[in-house]
Design a protein around this ligand. Sequence first.
Ligand SMILES: Cc1cc2nc3c(=O)[nH]c(=O)nc-3n(C[C@H](O)[C@H](O)[C@H](O)COP(=O)(O)OP(=O)(O)OC[C@H]3O[C@@H](n4cnc5c(N)ncnc54)[C@H](O)[C@@H]3O)c2cc1C
Length: 240
Amino acid sequence: MHLSLFLKEHRQETPEIESFIFSSNQKINYQPGQFLRWNLPHQNPDNRGIWRYFTVSSSPAEGIIMLTTKFSTPSSTFKTTLHSLKIGQEITVEGPFGDFTYPDPTVKAVFIAGGIGITPFRSILTQLDLLGTNSPIIILYSNRNEEIPFKVLLDDISKRRKTIKIIYTVTEKDSRYKGETDKIDANFVKQYVPNYLSTGLLYYLSGPKPMVESIEKELIFLKISKQQIKKDFFPGYTEI
Ligand SMILES: Cc1cc2nc3c(=O)[nH]c(=O)nc-3n(C[C@H](O)[C@H](O)[C@H](O)COP(=O)(O)OP(=O)(O)OC[C@H]3O[C@@H](n4cnc5c(N)ncnc54)[C@H](O)[C@@H]3O)c2cc1C
């Protein structure tokens, strides 16, 4: 289904990461964690073309549609055009698509995110929070530096909802940083996930493809079954 969205607001989340908030004339029935195909025709597109898949980083309970993305230098022509959108301008989307969702809020889950890979988890967690659901979730969130997207929001949710725990790790060397700095691997999971081998646990992995593939290998090394692992790849990024 083709739908029109209109830019309402633009938010700088970190120096590199921005959110674009849209309103819609029609209701988009999506599940937290799903994505849309975003179409943005523009002049002289580069070889990456005029559409992209982006997760809806907002949740249905928020009543908006939000896209959150990272800008590099140089950016693709798609992202350059996205960045220059004016308030009120239209973008069309198709979807929703995907099964990277958390349909049963009683299931124990470990959400593992790398950088911008937090977007589906932001959607799922804000939905649970706004509906007042206390789900048993541990979030392991790896970032290159201390500019951590949605940290204030995630800290607030985990402070109020005692069943939701979050562990950050910042992997770029900075001696001033006093928190966790290890990359997420088998030992990290063993350290922070009690009963990590429990067959009732679901592991959700989201981030750049190389990171997701490497963490999946680590989980399999720990003898976690493939059936317990759900993945969301973000092509186009090689690092967090
Ligand atoms: C299901 C799904 C969900 C996704 N959700 C999200 C999401 O929520 N947020 C998100 O940010 N992404 C998401 N992605 C990834 C997204 O679709 C893009 O692939 C990604 O953002 C990269 O965008 P870009 O190609 O516009 O490149 P940019 O982000 O502009 O650039 C990425 C890298 O490529 C280089 N580069 C840029 N243009 C070119 C070029 N023409 N040729 C060679 N190199 C170039 C840049 O220097 C940079 O190193 C998702 C993907 C999928 C499949």
